[in-house]
Design a protein around this ligand. Structure first.
Ligand code: DP6
Length: 319
């Protein structure tokens, strides 16, 4: 039995759209920060049982096509026919709204390959995790991570920009809504690719954002990182509003918080917002400003749940 842990990540330059759905190749490169507060632990054991088995939070679940894909890849690499028993557990601080497939598939890649006796490099693990979920390719690493879009299966992998982050960047995850997202990220990005006339502009600007964001990280410039992340996120969300039919991941509270974030900036605090395929914003700021920012938000919108995150580590084997 092999047990692995992987942390979730927040994209500062988003992955949004697959050029090749079967191969899980993205249109644009993306850049993320691995977070320290939410992780998935997954154990895998290959046995002579008749079928693959997936137990999530102690409950047997159907084996999804994505899960099967990763297990089949591992079997192929190991030359094995054995079926897997996969047990997975999410560690989320009081409903942080941070659940993601990124930590799940990164932990699965590490645990399953080890359980099958493979010794894969981190690049190979990143590719394997990508076959389950694109954003999972980045959760193999800690800190700031770049996923190269690549041109084929072997050239589309993530690598760390800086696994050790020595400056005080903070991400405040705000929970406005715990409901299951209505349009899953995979379907949402596909709708944008096929029906938004702005999609090509998204790809072009996202690629340009990668070099600007890399420079801001090298400069340890938290305000610039936040500014670029907010602009990039809103451009991604513009492809949903411009899709046919149009849709949005914003909830009323999301817009309310965005407005407050802009007000917070007028008070001289650096605070920027990003959000993924769901209504819960993540605020990017300096550690020293966290309590002031939360105080302002609380005064305007009481009863929100906040989770303060800092840069987190890469995926690792626990056994
Ligand atoms: C908006 O990685 O969940 O969070 O590859 O279809 O599993 P699949 O999609 P997923 O998409 C993540 C989209 C995003 C942006 C990002 O994390 O880069």
């Amino acid at each position: 039995m092999s047990l692995a842990r992987a942390y979730t990540n927040i994209a500062l330059v988003k992955y949004w759209g697959k050029r090749d759905v079967a191969q899980m190749l993205p249109y644009n490169s993306s850049l993320s920060l691995t977070l320290d507060k939410f992780y998935t632990e997954t154990s895998v054991e290959f046995t002579d049982q008749a079928e693959d088995q997936f137990i999530f939070e102690g409950q047997q679940q159907p084996v999804s096509a994505k899960l099967m894909r990763v297990l089949d890849d591992v079997r192929q690499l190991a030359g094995s026919q054995q079926k897997a028993q996969v047990k997975s557990h999410n560690h989320v601080p009081t409903s942080a709204g941070l659940a993601s497939s990124a930590s799940a598939f990164a932990a699965l890649a590490v645990a399953a390959s080890h359980a099958a006796g493979l010794e894969l490099s981190r690049r190979e693990l990143s590719i394997l995790a990508r076959h389950g979920s694109g954003s999972a390719s980045r959760s193999l690493y800690g800190g700031f991570v770049l996923w190269h879009a690549g041109t084929d299966d072997q050239s589309s992998f993530a690598e760390p920009l800086s696994e050790q982050v020595d400056f005080p960047i903070a991400v405040i995850a705000v929970l406005v809504n715990q409901q299951q997202k209505s349009i899953l990220s995979g379907a949402g990005m596909q709708a944008a690719v096929t029906s938004s006339p702005y999609y090509s502009a998204w790809v072009k600007t996202a690629e340009a954002d990668i070099s600007r964001m890399s420079a801001a990280i090298a400069d340890q410039d938290i305000a610039q990182i936040g500014k670029l992340a907010e602009t990039n996120a809103m451009r991604m969300h513009a492809t949903t509003l411009s899709a046919n039919p149009p849709f949005t991941y914003f909830a009323p509270e999301t817009l309310q918080i965005w407005e407050l974030v802009r007000q917070i900036r007028t008070k001289g605090l650096n605070c920027y917002l990003t959000l993924d395929a769901g209504p819960n914003p993540k605020l990017i700021c300096h550690m020293q400003d966290v309590s002031k920012i939360v105080e302002i938000l609380n005064a305007e919108i009481p009863n929100l749940t906040y989770t303060l995150c800092q840069p987190g580590p890469g995926a690792k084997l626990m056994t």
